[in-house]
Write a protein that binds this ligand. Structure first.
Ligand code: ATP
Ligand code: MG
Length: 270
């Protein structure tokens, strides 16, 4: 049975999509069958793995029309990595769902049908705490929170944690916090270290050891429709996300394969 991890933070541009597609890409290469669910009308994860959101069937159909997700899921060029694409139409889905009695459980109902087919299902949420994100958190086993190493990094985190608490109380008592991952760390900025210290002081063991560095290859890979490990396996971004995938596997006590499960050291790794 696959583990469903929602990647959420209502703050925009913190690395949710970059984390969803590259973590998915690394799980895939490590031979864990993985599905990315693009739950953001911006459809950045969809285009980031090389699909044109205009030309693909998408998540809207399974939420609103009850289409089986298997009829919408597309294999990517990355081994073991599938995607349930998104489309700008998803903006309208929230309005259409609002009066339905099971409105918070529609994504869960869809993912329950395919959960057994995957080791991991990663949901890329939009920068909002609207109904689709509530659906993602209701469907998920855990939530991963990317935090960018910049000014106001902690801004809005209280609200997010409060929303998670409400979901745990009312909609999904099994929802856990997978952890906080620090993103876009820039070794040249003293501020970045201050943010790392601040986040670790506040959230302690919730913070992953692996820190994702700022790396231009991570920014350019989506324009090639490739995850970082396919685009440039030796780049710092690829090594960071591979280490991150392995840290999650260890944390979850997943021991399927990966004999070479050693952390790859970087000169300037934290
Ligand atoms: N580690 C990184 N190094 C360099 N660029 C990065 C890194 N992480 C993300 N970016 C770039 O920063 C921008 C925002 O990242 P991303 O789209 O992943 O954030 P997001 O949280 O999904 O945004 P949104 O809230 O709009 O969905 C993108 O242009 C992405 O390519
Ligand atoms: Mg995004």
């Amino acid at each position: 049975m696959g583990k469903i991890i929602a990647i959420a933070n209502q703050k925009g541009g913190v690395g949710k999509t970059t984390t969803a597609i590259n973590l998915g890409g690394c799980f895939g290469v490590l031979e864990y069958k993985t599905l990315i669910v693009d739950a953001d009308p911006q459809a950045n994860a969809t285009s980031g793995v090389g699909l044109d959101p205009k030309n693909t069937k998408n998540i809207y159909d399974c939420l609103i029309n009850g289409t089986h997700p298997n009829d919408l899921i597309i294999h990517t060029q990355n081994p073991n990595l599938d995607i349930l694409p998104s489309h700008i139409d998803l903006v309208g889905a929230e309005m259409e769902m609002i009066d339905l009695p099971n409105r918070e459980y529609m994504l869960k109902a869809a993912l329950d049908k395919i959960k057994d087919n995957y080791d991991f299902i990663i949901i890329d949420c939009s920068p909002s705490l609207g109904l689709i994100t509530v659906n993602a958190l209701t469907a998920a086993d855990s939530v991963m929170i990317p935090v960018q190493c910049e000014y106001f990094a902690l801004e809005g985190l209280g609200k997010l944690l409060n929303t998670i608490k409400i979901i745990q109380t009312r909609l999904n008592q099994n929802l856990e916090i997978e952890g906080i991952v620090l993103t876009m760390y820039d070794t040249r900025l003293r501020l970045a270290n201050q943010v790392v210290d601040e986040v670790k002081t506040h959230f302690q063991e919730l913070v992953f050891d692996t820190v994702i560095h700022r790396n231009t290859k991570l920014g350019e890979a989506p324009s090639f429709g490739e995850t970082i490990i396919m685009h440039d396996a030796s780049s710092k971004g690829s090594i960071n996300y591979l280490n991150f995938a392995r840290e999650i596997l260890q944390k979850n006590d997943v021991t399927k394969i990966d004999n070479d499960n050693k952390k790859i050291e970087l000169d300037n790794e934290l």
